[in-house]
Design a protein around this ligand. Structure first.
Ligand SMILES: NC(=O)C1=CN([C@@H]2O[C@H](COP(=O)(O)OP(=O)(O)OC[C@H]3O[C@@H](n4cnc5c(N)ncnc54)[C@H](O)[C@@H]3O)[C@@H](O)[C@H]2O)[C@H](O)CC1
Ligand SMILES: [K+]
Length: 506
């Protein structure tokens, strides 16, 4: 993905490579006109809203092409025509129609608005005439086609600067920007289409270079190569053994949901480690998943004497406080891969650095999975909460913890301490249900158990979880999520064009 700052570098590299800036703008405007035609009735009426920069230039090009194709076009320019510069001035020169300085009073006669007010160059909150224009158009519920990003949406953070114009569709150029995936931007974009405008591979490489550290859209392209593949020689011990710590009696369901997730995603063995008082309750509900008594940190230490237990998940239903902190201390010092969720995170509220110290001492890898509330509690008092976008905050958290952080939400961000990050848009609002996060933690643990590196395991788990939510739809409860894995994993195997392995694959 590209940062907004990288767009200028990309353009400069494309221009240095022999493409004229106006050629890029013509291609961008042509793509907008093509989509506008698809949204318009024959001879429909278009309101083109053009801003003072190159986003406005794209709007001038689209307006010209639509007028040439017999659509009725009214064009409004924010600011003075004489203030236009460079390519935008050239695009305006080629427009031979009228240029209005305010929007027409009767907006009901338009079928579509093209929003070319502000794109990558939005640099402050929108107020004054621009705000009034956006509010007037938004109030009509006329369909809006946004150029690059809906005006008012900050391209890098997805936040709204003052006001924003919601679109039914957004056409962006060369690559996605963070705002297309981060809320609230994502919800304001409508359907997003990325179009190529003639920037060559060297220019794109320059844009990506200027966007470092890399930010990805989460999907199989990112982690498919690391996804565990069975061979004829695979057996349960080669598929790892995950341990999930259970809470006390009457608070055991979360751990079992996580354990079931770990098993269904492919861990060879899963053990629930349970306090004595909750053994009967856990035993009544577990079959393939094993059960071990684990009353205190010493019992956990004993359990971990078996080196084959390679992943430990702590948090769901575990309770907030000293006993949970002590168990995390033991688990961390055992040097195994850890997944910390829910109460494990809240037990270190305001003490993120202490937790980071425990994790560093143990030397194992860790994945932390806070939702917004847990994130705010854990990082209270640190500079992490002062970061700008959700991606910035997730990256700062990962750097502080030296662990992979999965900052959950409808726009989950997964960040690695080295700055790599991914935004997930593959999901469904039906995933917002009790116990859903517990299953996600289990998926991460199950993938870690099979040897996936933590960043890839976390990204994969988030995507699989989202895929299950998309497949199930209404009526989803957390218990459904592990049971959807056979279909989800078969679909993934097809996408990775690797049929589920059989003995023939040896
Ligand atoms: N490679 C590409 O992706 C291409 C993208 N194109 C388009 O160019 C814009 C970015 O153009 P830029 O001139 O840098 O910025 P904007 O047009 O978004 O706005 C800058 C303009 O607006 C003023 N401004 C900023 N914020 C405000 C505000 N809150 N209120 C009022 N005025 C504001 C600022 O001072 C400037 O005058 C990109 O989005 C694409 O649409 C190219 O056309 C092709 C290559
Ligand atoms: K725009």
């Amino acid at each position: 993905m590209l940062s907004t700052g990288a767009v200028a570098c990309l353009d400069a590299a494309a221009i240095a490579g022999g493409i004229l800036g106006i050629a890029l703008m013509e291609a961008a405007g042509a793509a907008v006109a093509t989509r506008a035609k698809a949204l318009l009735p024959a001879n429909g009426a278009v309101l083109a809203l053009c801003g003072p920069g190159n986003n406005g230039g794209d709007g001038f090009v689209a307006a010209r092409l639509l007028a040439a194709a017999e659509y009725r076009v009214a064009l409004v320019l924010l600011g003075e025509r004489s203030a236009l510069n460079g390519d935008a001035a050239l695009a305006a020169q080629a427009w031979t129609g009228a240029i209005l300085s305010t929007i027409p009073s009767d907006l009901t006669r338009f079928d579509l608005a093209i929003d070319a007010l502000f794109g990558a160059g939005l640099s402050r909150d929108i107020d004054g005439d621009a705000r009034a224009m956006i509010e007037a158009v938004a109030a009509t519920r006329m369909a809006v086609l946004a150029v690059d990003v809906p005006s008012g949406v900050d391209g890098d953070s997805g936040s709204v600067r003052g006001v924003a114009l919601p679109a039914v569709e957004t056409i962006t150029f060369v690559g996605l920007k963070p705002a297309h995936l981060l809320e609230p931007g994502r919800g304001l974009c409508g359907r997003v289409e990325v179009v190529q405008i003639g920037a060559g591979p060297d220019a794109i490489a320059a844009g990506l270079e200027a966007s470092l550290p890399p930010l990805h859209k989460n999907g199989p392209d990112l982690w498919g190569a690391a996804f565990p593949r069975l061979t004829g020689a695979s057996h349960k011990y080669t598929r790892g053994h995950a341990v999930v710590l259970s809470g006390p009696a009457t608070r055991t369901g979360a751990a079992r949901l996580a354990a079931r997730g770990a098993l269904r995603v492919g861990a060879g063995l899963v053990t629930v480690a349970s306090p004595a008082g909750a053994l009967a309750e856990n035993a009544a509900h577990l079959t393939a998943i094993m059960l071990r008594r684990c009353e205190d940190p010493d019992d956990l230490d004993d359990l971990l004497a078996d080196e084959r237990l390679n992943v430990i998940l702590l948090g769901p239903g575990l309770g907030v406080g000293e006993p949970t902190r002590d168990r995390i201390g033991v688990a961390a010092s055992a040097g195994r891969s850890l997944v910390l969720d829910a109460d494990a995170l809240t037990s270190f509220a305001g003490e993120a650095k202490h937790l980071a110290g425990l994790l560093a001492d143990g030397g194992g890898e860790a994945v932390l999975t806070p939702h917004a509330g847990e994130f705010a509690r854990l990082f209270d008092g640190t500079s992490v909460l002062r970061g700008g976008s959700k991606v910035d905050r997730a990256r700062a958290a990962a750097a502080l913890m030296k662990a992979v952080v999965v900052f959950k939400g409808s726009d989950t961000v997964i960040a690695h301490p080295d700055g790599r990050a991914a935004i997930n848009a593959h999901g469904s609002p039906y995933l917002g249900t009790a116990g859903s996060g517990d299953v996600l933690g289990g998926f991460i643990a199950g993938l870690l158990a099979q040897g996936m590196p933590p960043f890839e395991a976390a990204c994969t788990a988030v995507w699989l979880h989202g895929d299950a939510g998309l497949r199930h739809g209404p009526g989803l409860i957390a218990e459904d999520l592990p049971e959807l894995m056979p279909a989800v994993l078969s679909g993934l195997a097809e996408r990775l064009s690797a049929a589920p392995p059989t003995l023939a694959h040896r």
